[in-house]
Design a protein around this ligand. Structure first.
Ligand SMILES: [Zn+2]
Length: 310
């Protein structure tokens, strides 16, 4: 039986018809009406109708960045899409006449990777989406862990530095301010400003405006500042994963998200930093740190599967 998975991102809504093996049968895209969050439900309904045309669809799963309530129907708070208490499930199901399940986007991605990607065969998984921020998803005993109120698992907002850098969530010192794509760019900019002699390649490539792409490219060309920024990111990632392993004892970590496309520049060092900082090291097995396999489709495929299992 087919279901539809939808991933609502900050710039685009991507949707796909997914079969029970996680294969994407057909895909469609829409632009996210980011300045009109009240229209997002209609955009989702529109793309679902297009994909459902001429097919028998069982249900729809929708992944969205934000705090989704325990009944998986209301987005309580979505900082990037300006939603507050948005009854997304009710709105969409009213328009498409199908059962609809809403899930946090990082949870949906974790589930997609667990079922059909890097987590296959594992029952205790910590999944990290390292992009602009850090999203987290936990799988325990083979099931997605949502917490009591549905708010788990905002791993990016563990406070790792007391009174540290301000975070979009309103707190300070959150992990994602040190180990995300944004943090990588901030660090590269800082070094380039304070020690421009170490950032010759980066400054040449960026022409004044340093973004993640330039930092990655410059690092590949041996730029000292960019490599240092990646090393800092790797150390913070390793530290955070060691803390998570101390509490959760997972069998594996899965690292996905936009920054993971540059995994050759940080993942080995993150593994080393993790192993060095893990409590009880030498007396316990090391969980594997794996790269995500489903790429940009993970959230969509995960949401579709969660709709099947509703
Ligand atoms: Zn935060």
């Amino acid at each position: 039986m087919l279901t539809i998975g939808v991933d609502i991102g900050g710039t685009k809504v991507s949707a796909g018809v997914v079969d029970e093996n996680g294969a994407v049968v057909e895909q469609a895209l829409r632009k996210t009406p980011a300045d009109r969050p009240d229209l997002i439900a209609e955009t989702v309904a529109d793309v679902v109708r297009e994909l459902a045309e001429g097919r028998e669809i069982e249900a729809v799963g929708v992944g969205a960045a934000g705090f989704v309530d325990e009944s998986r129907s209301v987005v309580r708070f979505a900082p990037n899409l300006a939603w507050r208490e948005e009854p997304l499930q009710k709105k969409i199901s009213g328009m498409v006449d199908l059962p609809v399940v809403i899930e946090n986007d990082a949870n949906a991605m974790a589930w997609g990777e667990t079922r059909f990607g890097a987590g296959r065969g594992q029952s205790h998984i910590v999944c990290l989406t390292v992009g602009t921020g850090i999203g987290g998803g936990l799988v325990f005993d083979g099931a997605l862990f949502r917490g009591h109120w549905g708010m788990a698992a905002e791993l990016g907002h563990m406070q790792v530095v007391p009174d540290g850098r301000p975070c979009g969530c309103g707190q300070r010192g959150c992990w994602e301010q040190y180990a995300s794509g944004n943090a990588l760019v901030m660090e590269a900019r800082r070094i380039a400003e304070e020690q421009p002699e170490r950032a010759g390649v980066l400054l040449g490539l960026a022409g004044g405006k340093i973004e993640g792409e330039e930092v990655t490219e410059a690092a590949r060309q041996g730029d000292e500042a960019s490599l240092a920024a990646f090393a800092t990111l790797a150390d913070w990632l390793g530290q955070g994963m060691a803390d998570l392993a101390a509490v959760l004892d997972p069998g594996c970590f899965i690292v996905g998200g936009g920054v993971s496309r540059a995994s050759d520049l940080f993942l080995d060092r993150a593994r080393e930093a993790f192993a060095e900082r893990l409590t009880g090291r030498g007396h316990r097995p090391l969980p594997e740190i794996r790269l995500a396999e489903l790429g940009a489709n993970a959230g969509m495929v995960g949401a579709a599967d969660l709709a099947r299992q509703r």
